[in-house]
Design a binder for this molecule. Structure first.
Ligand code: ADP
Ligand code: MG
Length: 473
């Protein structure tokens, strides 16, 4: 029958492809493809997702072209159709994966059944939510700085997925409570909806799992299906996805699937969506679908409340004046505030001294620790430069020649040369293996730019200041 021609031809193509690649990638990437039509030399194929299409294009285009030219003709044209996400749930069942002798579209299947078909037992499997029980709402002190995110978070715990805050995008500087709040939402959901599968994962871990899955090709479907089975996905530090298109692609796919299925997504980032350079627009636009809430620096009253709450939990009583002193002295972020409190208690205990404002004051220099020039390491310099320019360390260490990145590296080399005893080679090595000639050249470039460009000079001075360097050297 003429209508069957595309099926027949595609079956032939598959048999050749099968002979040319391993079984597992064949099963993963080719079996799910559905021939749609063949007219003249135009073949239309249905693929389950955009991600599939890109993967095939990237890895098997050469093979596909050779096979199609042979079976269809030298003018062959290939068109992909990405079945919509709604359809994706339908086309995922094992049947289309394994049984091409009957390549008709199977009847719609309930997604829960699909999961158990593809990864038997997944539904029943206990997914470790990866939540720290201390990061709960009770321990998360409310303040003007976090009111929006906190109250949205509380509402999410009541009705995960089905609310106006999906996804919830939390952003703010380091140590301001993003991880704590995101986890508190997870804990709250688990308490109120124990049957929900909650998963907290850092963007870095997601990336590692993804890379791992790609390397063992047949694992990629497992990876995708695992994430598609989650009810509440908390992804921490999404800025780490910058310049990682493969990971972004996989996440995009998972995001769409979960969002469409009414599952809750919670994302955190150290900067607002608009400033997430290196992330694809299609992903960014999705982050804005729900609610974006900033976690700001806590004001004095909130800092005081946080200190008091922490003392209560630790079962210690600090004099009021010490608490007031600390709350006014440490304004940067909550992590430093907590760190200082712990150091203060440790010192008082070790030295058998009462905790007084004098002790706190005398410790404060060490508490708000800043490296002296003697122990200034390249690591500290590099970190500070990254922080200042908002670069991830991956990007910073990469071989990217983008001006802002290479300038940041040059500044780090200059500061290393200026303020440490490291050799040129050691400085170069700390920056991903630059040669000593590169370091020398960079120092000269920085000096020249500082002479001629006042903005650039401000950058260098700012970083020197935040490293508390003695610039009279
Ligand atoms: P981030 O992820 O934004 O870098 P974290 O969530 O890791 O910050 O918070 C740093 C520390 O500060 C954690 O120990 C956390 O418990 C504490 N913290 C942050 N915000 C608050 C808050 N509002 N109340 C109590 N503790 C907080
Ligand atoms: Mg964090």
């Amino acid at each position: 029958m003429a209508t069957e021609k595309h099926i027949e031809v595609w079956r032939k193509c598959l048999s050749i492809i099968k002979d040319n690649i391993d079984e597992s990638p064949y099963n993963t990437w080719f079996v799910p493809i559905k021939p749609i039509s063949l007219a003249d030399q135009r073949l239309d194929l249905g693929v389950p997702s955009e991600f599939f299409k890109e993967y095939i294009e990237e890895h098997y285009l050469g093979l596909m072209t050779r096979v199609l030219e042979r079976e269809i003709g030298p003018q062959v044209q290939l068109y992909y159709h990405v079945t919509t996400l709604q359809d994706t749930t339908v086309t995922y069942p094992q049947k289309t994966y394994r049984d091409l002798s009957n390549p008709t579209i199977p009847a719609p299947v309930n997604p829960n059944e699909i999961d158990s078909q593809i990864a038997p037992g997944l539904r029943r499997m206990e997914v470790d939510a990866n939540l720290n029980p201390n990061y709960n709402f009770e321990n998360f002190i409310e303040g003007e700085c976090n009111r929006l995110g906190r109250s949205a978070g509380l509402q999410i715990t009541v009705k995960p997925g089905n609310n106006a805050f999906n996804p919830l995008f939390l952003f703010g500087g380091p140590g301001l409570g993003k991880t704590h709040l995101a986890q508190a939402i997870g804990i709250g959901i688990k308490e109120q909806h124990p049957e929900k599968v909650v998963l907290y994962v850092s963007a870095n871990k997601f990336q590692t799992q993804y890379m791992d899955a790609v390397q063992k090709k047949n694992k990629l479907t497992d990876f995708l299906h695992f994430y598609q089975s989650i009810d509440v996905l908390i992804l921490d530090d999404v800025q780490e996805f910058a310049e990682k298109p493969g990971t972004q692609n996989a996440f995009f796919h998972i995001f769409n699937y979960l969002h469409l299925s009414g599952k809750q997504l919670i994302l955190t980032s150290d900067r607002p969506p608009v400033e997430l350079q290196g992330l694809e627009d299609r992903l960014l636009s999705r982050f804005k679908w729900g609610l974006t809430a900033e976690l700001k620096k806590p004001d004095y009253q909130t800092r005081l409340a946080i200190l008091k709450a922490k003392c209560m939990r630790e079962g210690i009583a600090l004099p009021e004046d010490v608490l007031h002193f600390m709350a006014s002295a440490i304004t940067t972020n909550v992590r430093e505030l907590e760190g200082s409190l712990i150091s203060l208690m440790a010192n008082a205990t070790l030295m058998h001294q009462p905790i007084t404002v004098e002790l706190a004051r005398s410790l404060m220099g060490a508490l708000v620790a800043t490296p002296t020039q003697e122990d200034l390491s390249m690591e500290t310099i590099n970190k500070e430069v990254c922080r200042y320019f908002g670069l991830t360390s991956d990007l910073f260490m990469s071989s990217s020649r983008k001006r802002e990145i290479s300038q940041a590296r040059q500044i780090a080399m200059y500061l290393g040369r200026q303020y440490t005893e490291y050799s040129l080679t050691e400085i170069g090595a700390s920056l991903g293996g630059k040669t000593h000639a590169t370091v020398l050249h960079s120092c000269k470039t920085v000096r020249d730019l500082m002479d001629t460009d006042s903005t650039f000079r401000t950058y260098v001075h700012d970083i020197e200041k935040s490293l508390q360097l003695n610039t009279n050297k």
